[in-house]
Design a protein around this ligand. Sequence first.
Ligand SMILES: [Zn+2]
Ligand SMILES: [Zn+2]
Length: 354
Amino acid sequence: MKAIVQAGNLKLVEDKNFPDPVKDGKRPIVKVEYCGICGSDVHSWEIADRTKGLVMGHEYSGIVVDPGDSTTLKVGDRVTCSPITPCGECEWCKMGRDDLCPQDYYSPGTFFKEVPGAMADYMQLGKSAYVKKLPDNMTLRAAALIEPANIGLRACQSVNVEKGDKVLVAGGGIIGVMAAQFAKYFGASYVAMTEINHARAKRALELGVVDDVFDPTEEGVEEKINAKIDGGYRAGGGFTKFIDCTGAAAAINFGMNLTKKAGKVSLVGVNWKPVPLMTIVALLHQLTLVGIMSSPTENFDIILKAVSEGKFNLAPYKTKEIGFTLDEIQAAYEELHDPKNEQLKIMVKIGEGE
Ligand SMILES: [Zn+2]
Ligand SMILES: [Zn+2]
């Protein structure tokens, strides 16, 4: 079969004779239909020494060609699947928090070349129990967006966004806009965003997922924001929940300052370097800070339901669709590698399905 393989030095190669997945009576096999390119794929491509030979791709939809050990799946089912492969038996898995499972993640398409991902004609999934059938009214194209939506959902869950909350989201990338849409979904009465990139700010407003977007570097912006949040912290107001999707110190400190006393802060943005936080603000405001990484598999069900009922719209997040060719995929990685890129999600159309 055809696969696009990590080759090192910011290069991908096409392998027309990549081995087909082999039926093992356990892990289901799908014909891949759509595969989204994730920021973490681009990061692996940038540091490809560790992942040379890997077929990436963990945001996908496909059609079952072998149900493996599943008793509910059948050939021809349209599916997507959680990218994590938890054990299903530890204390975390049993309480529905399989995102905390300590098992080594042999997740297809993420770390180990022995477990290839979705940038290929066919793919073997992690575990049949984590495969989700798509509702009839959901397209294969939209289904490949569930995995990134899952992180936006988890961000809201981590600070328990609920009816009446005033929520601030820092950063208008795909996770930021999805977190903002979930905040509305959970009944937040006001959702604001901070974003220094004006094109991204404009897009978040156009998507209709935020009430306001503010440029935190603008003169007098705090007064403007405080007017929307009951006068702000000093007046006893502020955002009740703050979700950072930037990992940048300036954005986090700015947001914590605007968070109401006893507010909750979710740290979602990835930054491998130390981040100088104004911990005194966390003390004065008596904030709770929580970090998130990945999302429980059962969240896929919440999203499938919300989308099929028309309460959550995934469609606008795909900003570009490309064909399953080396040139187009290589160019997409290069585009996403540029921090100034304007894409939310580049989707690769691998099969013929819609
Ligand atoms: Zn991803
Ligand atoms: Zn487990």
